[in-house]
Design a protein around this ligand. Structure first.
Ligand code: NAG
Ligand code: NAG
Ligand code: NAG
Length: 294
């Protein structure tokens, strides 16, 4: 088993059938059935209570193997850290029109972080989607993920901005603003994202909740508040779980029908949707026919 727990990046990686899809004749953006321009912001009474959307028992049933000795993150990603981090983002799992919207957003977030940290493989015990939150940082980063051209968030010498935490936060231009927003030194102390579970979950939620132009936030997409621009329409970037994949890693996974990593994200989403009782997962689960953001 351990040999398969090398790096999520190495798992099930097949781009054999990859081919670019032309966006000629882009269809009318499909209307998401629950989308509404009526932005109801009610249900304030339970603000910040992600525990009302997912209980500790449900959380445990999603991440069956996260505390196995074989998982490098064992003991790290506990439920109380997740709930404590979510208190900093009261709109998370608490927006949209109905309970199904709230469950759907939480299922989508947990699916994305599970793919980012998966220790699963096709024939893994309990299936490939029982292995989310197995890793807390990239084991063999190919670089220090420093975009030296970014002068706003200057890399600190000797520091590495490789993937850490549930969302595998990467690059100085993400560590810098995440730290600023959350009150830690993202550029000088990126390591905290893999050593403090509350900070780790907060950094992941920061990425989920914060639009980074021209991208909308994953949160807005999942709660029906996404308004595509003309460029988005031309790129077929319609609302749905697939668009959150595009926001997270579109450059490597979208516009590539059959991409195995993208399929793993969708697999997690369907699995969690089942367990959490999401009635409608929504349209556009994949981003195979979307152009990435450039
Ligand atoms: C746009 O995306 C939808 C949903 O993923 C897909 O059915 C449709 O074929 C796509 N259109 C184009 C032109 O790629
Ligand atoms: C930084 O800019 C140079 C010159 O424009 C370019 O060649 C290089 O790829 C850029 N580096 C990154 C990480 O974007
Ligand atoms: C959960 O993680 C937090 C942050 O690392 C830690 O303070 C807390 O003791 C942990 N709780 C349990 C029940 O392990």
């Amino acid at each position: 088993m351990a040999r398969l727990l090398l790096s999520p990046v190495l798992l099930a990686f097949s781009l054999a059938a990859a081919s670019l899809v032309s966006n000629a004749g882009v269809a009318e953006a499909a209307a998401w059935p629950w989308h509404s321009h009526w932005h109801w912001r009610g249900w304030r009474g339970r603000q910040g209570c992600v525990s009302s959307v997912i209980s500790e028992e449900e959380y445990a049933s999603l991440f069956l193997h996260k505390d196995d000795a074989a998982c490098p993150a064992h003991g790290f990603y506990n439920y109380s850290a997740f709930v404590a981090a979510a208190e900093s983002f009261p709109e998370f799992g608490n927006a949209g029109r109905d309970a199904d919207t709230r469950r759907r957003e939480v299922a989508a977030f947990l699916a994305q972080i599970s793919h980012e940290t998966t220790g699963g493989w096709a024939t893994a015990p309990d299936g490939p989607y029982a292995w989310g939150l197995c890793f807390k940082e990239e084991l063999t980063p190919p670089s220090n993920y420093c975009d030296a051209n970014n002068t706003q968030w200057k890399c600190v010498s000797g520091k590495s901005y490789h993937g850490r935490g549930p969302m595998q936060l990467s690059w100085n231009y993400n560590y810098g603003p995440a730290g600023k927003a959350l009150g830690f030194d993202g550029l000088g102390n990126p390591e905290i994202v893999a050593s403090n579970a509350v900070v780790a979950f907060k950094a992941a939620l920061w990425f989920w909740m914060t639009p980074q132009a021209p991208k909308p936030s994953c949160h807005d997409v999942m709660v029906g508040r996404y308004e595509p621009t003309e460029a988005d329409k031309a790129a077929n970037r319609t609302a749905g779980f697939g668009l959150t994949t595009n926001i997270i890693n579109g450059g490597l996974e979208c516009s590539l029908p059959g991409n195995a990593q993208e399929a793993d994200r969708v697999g997690y989403y369907k699995h969690y949707g089942d367990i959490l009782g999401v009635r409608d997962l929504g349209p556009n689960l994949d981003c195979a026919s979307q152009k990435p953001y450039s």
